[in-house]
Design a protein around this ligand. Structure first.
Ligand SMILES: Cc1ncc(COP(=O)(O)O)c(C=O)c1O
Length: 374
């Protein structure tokens, strides 16, 4: 009898990250909020709300989740707003960012009437991200206005500028981004009230140069003292805070290629392992062949998708059905992205407190699968 596959979020680790983030925010005198696109397991929001002044949404659903469970007016940026939803979003938003000047004008009557604090996303055409799927700064891309599109003066009523071009990036990258924004959009910065520097600031990763981040932000604040500076990382809050436990159900052996058949799926539960792609750490296993890790296995997901597997990992002893495989660092961009493709069962999600007690658990049933379709 195996345990159910489970995403575990460790409260003490989340608090460690939040303390570090709150320290950066107060020392640099900036606002740092949680991007829901990375993590939307709302039963954990009260922990975040102890440290953060808010959260950011990219859709009406995320905005409502923040309003209902974070208890703060959401910051909102969406690549496009559905006309019939716009007034509802604008009414609940603390800050609302448009992706284009045309969207800003399209909805002007509504946001002016509601008194919404609005911004514009711009594309500074700088990003250290090499994977196209995660690079928002493509000059021909769809995320934000490039410099040549902007009129010499900000449109009437514009209160803020939003950029987002980092992903799991360093403090050096943030410093470069800030310089780039100053060089390209300095004339706008003089005339608005806030600048949102987006996400991707991985300040909770070991080795991250927090001092440099703080210094860059302080220098910027000194240059533009009238501006509120906002950072909206997702991953940084959840970095290293959770695991996904799975069970080995069977082993397939074809021509000596052995695949562990797990009760989880890469495409359904850890899609970035296929999309980025990246190879997650597995507790007690090695990603490279080593003398102490002589047993090689591919890891197979339980969907029918041919590519739902990871290339070989190496283990110190033979693996058997009934053994556990523990994926590290599975709190961010997992539970928000999971699907029930193929009817694949969804792992439980739970929060574990500092004493090892489960304080909240969500299990999924056939009714969850059926309920999505009718
Ligand atoms: C507009 C925006 N803000 C914030 C984030 C959060 O980024 P991260 O989780 O890499 O910190 C993203 C991620 O894609 C984003 O698109």
């Amino acid at each position: 009898m195996t345990n159910r596959s489970t995403f575990r979020i460790y409260e003490d680790k989340v608090r460690q990250n939040l303390e570090r983030i709150a320290d950066v925010a107060s020392t640099a005198d900036v606002t740092i909020i949680l991007a829901l696109k990375a993590f939307a397991y709302w039963p954990a929001f009260p922990i975040f709300a102890e440290y953060l002044t808010g959260a950011t949404a990219s859709s009406l659903n995320e905005a409502k989740l923040i309003k209902n469970h974070f208890g703060k007016p959401p910051h909102v940026y969406a690549p496009v707003y559905r006309p019939h939803e716009f007034a509802e979003i604008a009414e609940m938003s603390g800050h609302l960012t448009f992706n284009t000047l045309t969207e800003l004008e399209r909805h002007r009557e509504t946001w002016e009437r509601l008194g919404t604090n609005v911004g514009l996303r711009v594309n500074p055409e700088y990003s250290p991200v090499e994977t196209d799927l995660y690079n928002p700064a493509d000059p021909h891309g769809r995320l934000g206005e490039t410099l040549p599109n902007l009129p010499a003066k900000p449109p009437k009523g514009l209160k803020g500028i939003h950029v987002h071009t980092l992903c799991e990036s360093t403090a050096e990258n943030t410093a470069t981004l800030i310089e780039r924004v100053k060089a390209q959009f300095g004339h706008y910065l003089e005339q608005v009230e806030w600048l949102n520097l987006g996400g991707g600031h991985l300040m909770t990763k070991d080795g991250y140069d927090t001092d440099l981040l703080i210094k860059s932000l302080q220098d910027f604040r000194q240059r533009y003292p009238h501006l509120e500076v906002i950072l909206e990382p997702g991953s940084a809050h959840l970095w290293g805070t959770g695991t996904l436990e799975s069970n080995v159900l069977d082993i397939v052996d074809n021509y000596g290629y052995r695949t562990l058949m797990l009760d989880v799926s890469f495409t359904c539960h850890m899609p970035d392992t296929l999309e980025m792609p990246y190879r997650p750490d597995i507790r007690g296993a090695s990603k490279e062949a080593k003398p102490e890790f002589p047993y090689a296995y591919r890891l197979g997901g339980m969907s029918c998708l041919a590519g739902d597997y990871l290339a070989e990992y190496y283990f110190p002893q033979p693996v058997r059905p009934g053994d556990t495989i523990l994926f590290e660092d599975m709190a961010h961009y997992t539970t928000v992205k999971t699907t029930m493709f193929n009817g694949v069962p969804h792992p439980d999600i739970c929060i574990i407190d500092a004493h090892g007690e489960v304080t909240h658990r969500r299990s999924f049933t056939y009714e969850d699968y059926e309920g999505r379709m009718g």
